[in-house]
Design a protein around this ligand. Structure first.
Ligand SMILES: [Zn+2]
Length: 476
């Protein structure tokens, strides 16, 4: 009997946060197992700017070919679909040469799209095919109810998401369009989150179906894997990783980070139109940590501004690492652990002095994987595996629909056209935030004042019962 193992080609994926030694693991495995590296880091697809994007040096590559690195101009957007198309071609050509493709990157959702082809990731910014499918009856009903302006907008979606700061009207129009077509999806996004809103509208246009229905449809398809895959996850404990990341920031500054940021500032001022009030720090290369953080220092340099910038870059780097780990554990791992022909191992890189052992583990595992010999339980490699791997469970794709639902806080919304939105899951936390408490307090003050006015009124006009306070009760 042929198993899928016999027909699928092998692939190694190295995932993990910034600063845990992913590139080093990949290069070690490539040298030992005749491999070539493919970059899956959204920042390293940009040309130049090697320091701010943390690219490996030629020396560190040790002659191992690295693909899909530095192929985009800074200032351009990078899209998952573009990367995916190129990655598939590159992997095919590596397989044809009888070599092992090793995909390495911190952009886990790119890897998800590559490894698990029938689970589309709807939450990310990417251009999808511009073809449009005929709307299904359910969507057609929603389209028939649109006014002419909204229909025209749907038939001619913008190329790129507007920013709420520069074009709040268009941003709101897009959200309202999504709300009209697919309220279940619209309820998940802040109206200012134009990337996700536009991405959902693109999916609706492309599939001819509500995006939420597309996701529900995925529940019926069993999870597939495109390759026979070995996932290696180098991991370092926070108390070791964070000081290491801090040190790396200091090193980056010594290696010319500020010059790169100045270059990037020039690029952004050439690309941005003059009406734009601010750089979009959430798009393309401008998301690189350091660019935003050093803005104030570079506009008016002082010793104090410098140390503030360094500190905020260090904090942002740690925050990013935390975010990456959370993504891996909550989104990537449940897929990797449920997918067929996919094996996941944690490599403990907390002690980088013992790299020999890390390297040996990575190579032994990959060799067993390639030779189809039995693989050890992940906890034999490191006890960390028990903590990091065993807790994840795969929920149905549609379960994501009930996550991140937003509720407006009436009390914190000062402008009705710009409602203050809170994640449903964080509602109780929100009630305890300083901002919300301040609003509660000012409401109480206002109530007391109204009460005072009312009493005064009552005093002068006799018994008059007003119920004005009742309407605010649901706000708290
Ligand atoms: Zn509030």
């Amino acid at each position: 009997m042929f198993s899928s193992v016999a027909t699928k080609r092998p692939l190694v994926a190295v995932i993990g946060t910034t600063g845990v030694g992913k590139s080093r693991v990949a290069i070690d495995v490539a040298l030992a197992c005749n491999g070539e590296v493919i970059n899956a880091d959204a920042m390293q697809v940009y040309r130049g700017l090697d320091t701010i994007t943390n690219k490996v040096t030629d020396e560190e590559m040790k002659g191992v070919p690295h693909h899909l690195m530095g192929f985009k101009e800074p200032g351009e957007e990078s899209f998952v679909t573009e990367w995916l198309t190129m990655a598939l071609e590159t992997i095919e050509s590596i397989h044809k040469r009888n070599k092992l493709p090793i995909v390495v990157g911190g952009t886990s959702y790119w890897l998800q799209n590559l490894l698990f082809p029938n689970r589309i990731v709807t939450e990310t910014n990417s251009a999808i095919s511009k073809t449009r499918a005929k709307p299904d009856p359910q969507l057609q009903v929603a389209l028939d109810h649109l006014d002419d302006d909204s229909l025209a907008l749907f038939n001619n979606l913008p190329e790129r998401p507007p920013t709420a700061g520069d074009d709040s009207e268009q941003t709101m129009r897009l959200w309202k369009l999504l709300d009209a077509l697919d309220p279940e999806m619209a309820g998940r996004w802040h109206w200012k989150d134009s990337r996700k809103v536009l991405r959902n509208l693109e999916i609706i246009a492309e599939k001819g179906q509500k995006a939420s229905e597309v996701i529900k449809g995925q529940d019926k398809d069993p999870l597939e894997s495109r390759y026979r895959t070995m996932v290696l996850w180098p991991f370092s404990e926070d108390d070791i990783l964070y000081p290491r990341l801090d040190k790396r920031v200091d090193q980056m500054i010594k290696s010319g980070l500020l010059e790169e940021i100045k270059t990037l500032q020039k690029i952004s001022s050439n690309h941005g139109d003059s009406t734009s009030t601010s750089v979009d720090y959430s798009s393309g290369i401008y998301q690189s940590i350091g660019f935003k953080e050093f803005h104030d220092y570079l506009s008016s340099p002082s010793e104090e501004a410098f140390s503030v910038s360094v500190e905020s870059m260090k904090r942002a780097t740690q925050k990013y690492a935390k975010y990456q780990t959370k993504w891996i554990r909550s989104k990537f791992l449940p897929l990797a652990q449920a997918a067929p022909d996919t094996h996941t191992y944690v490599l403990d890189t907390s002690n980088a002095d013992q790299w020999g052992l890390i390297e040996e583990n990575a190579i032994t595992l990959t060799n067993s994987f390639l030779n189809n010999t039995p693989l050890p339980p992940p906890s034999n490699i490191t006890p960390l595996a028990d903590r990091l791997l065993l807790s994840s469970t795969l929920s149905k794709p549609s379960a994501a629909l009930s996550l991140q639902r937003k509720i407006p806080c009436k009390l914190c919304s000062t402008d009705p056209s710009d409602p203050f939105l809170v994640n449903e899951a964080e509602w109780n936390e929100h009630l305890n935030t300083k901002g919300h408490q301040r609003m509660v307090k000012s409401l109480k003050n206002r109530e007391q004042y109204m009460e005072y006015l009312r009493r005064k009124e009552l005093g002068s006009h006799g018994s008059q019962n007003t119920g004005t306070m009742g309407s605010n009760a649901d706000m708290v």
